[in-house]
Design a protein around this ligand. Structure first.
Ligand SMILES: C[S@@+](CC[C@H](N)C(=O)[O-])C[C@H]1O[C@@H](n2cnc3c(N)ncnc32)[C@H](O)[C@@H]1O
Length: 208
C-alpha cells in the first residue's frame, strides 16, 4: 500500500501531466486519448482490445479519456458480432465532457471521478483498466477491488499495458497480472499494446 500523501502526490502529478498532454491539440481526438498519429495508427495500437469481448453487455473503461476507445470498440465489437453499451470514468472533467459529446446517446454513462476511489452505480460485464492509473504499490488492491465491486458475474476484467512498440506481446500483461497474484484467462497483443483478461464467475464472487 502507498501512504495517503504519496498516493495524493501521484494522482496530482498524473492529473497535471494528462491535462498538459491530452488537451493541447483540440483538433486531434487521438491526442485526447493519449496517442500520437492518426486513425490508422490508432487502430493498429488498440484494435486487439476487442478480442477480449466475447458477449453482449456493458463495457466500462476506467480512464476513458475522450471516449475514443469506447467509440472504436462499439464498431470493432459490432464487426465481431457483439453489442456493447459504453460507460466511462476519468478524473479530468474536460475529457469526460469530450467523451459525452462523442457519445451523446450514452452521456449519462460517463463520470468524473478518480477510478481508485470511485463507487460504481452498477456492475459491468466488461471493465477495462490501466495499471498506471494508480501507484505501483496499489496495483494489486486496485485490481482486486475492481474485480470485487465493478465486474459483473459472469464478467471479465481487461487489463491493457501500453508502450512496448511493435514488439508488444501478450506475455507482458500476463506476467504482470500473474506477478500480482491473479489468474489470467486470456491475452492478446497489437502494436504497442499488451492485453490480458481475468474471468469472474459466480464461484469466485466472494473470493475476488
Ligand atoms: C492512456 S489514456 C486511456 C484511454 C483509453 N482508455 C485507452 O485505453 O485508449 C489514460 C486515461 O486515464 C485517465 N486516468 C489516469 N489515472 C486515472 C485515475 N486514477 N482515475 C481516473 N482516470 C484516470 C487519464 O486522465 C487518461 O484520460
Amino acid at each position: 500500500m502507498t501512504d495517503d500523501a504519496a498516493r495524493e502526490a501521484y494522482f496530482r502529478e498524473g492529473h497535471r501531466a494528462i491535462r498538459d498532454y491530452y488537451l493541447v491539440d483540440s483538433a486531434s481526438p487521438y491526442r485526447q486519448s493519449g496517442r500520437t498519429g492518426g486513425a490508422k495508427h490508432w487502430e493498429i495500437t488498440r484494435c486487439c482490445i476487442a478480442e477480449a469481448v466475447n458477449a453482449d453487455g456493458d463495457y466500462l473503461d476506467l480512464g476513458c479519456a475522450n471516449g475514443l476507445l469506447l467509440e472504436s470498440l462499439l464498431r470493432w465489437c459490432d464487426e465481431r458480432g457483439f453489442s456493447i453499451t459504453p460507460h466511462g470514468v476519468d478524473f479530468v472533467p474536460e475529457l469526460v465532457e469530450l467523451a459525452q459529446q462523442r457519445l451523446p446517446d450514452y452521456a449519462a454513462n460517463f463520470h468524473v471521478a478518480n477510478a481508485f476511489f470511485w463507487q460504481p452505480p452498477q456492475r459491468y460485464r466488461f471493465v477495462q483498466l490501466l495499471l498506471d492509473a494508480v501507484p505501483p504499490a496499489d496495483e494489486r488492491a486496485y485490481v482486486a477491488r475492481v474485480l470485487r465491486e465493478m465486474v459483473a458475474s459472469p464478467g471479465r476484467l481487461v487489463v491493457s499495458i501500453y508502450g512496448q512498440g511493435t514488439s508488444a506481446t501478450p506475455e507482458v500483461a500476463v506476467e504482470t497480472l500473474e506477478d500480482l497474484g491473479f489468474e489470467v484467462a486470456g491475452a492478446t497483443a497489437c502494436v504497442s499494446a499488451s492485453v490480458a483478461w481475468i474471468e469472474k464467475t459466480g464461484a469466485d464472487l466472494e473470493s475476488a
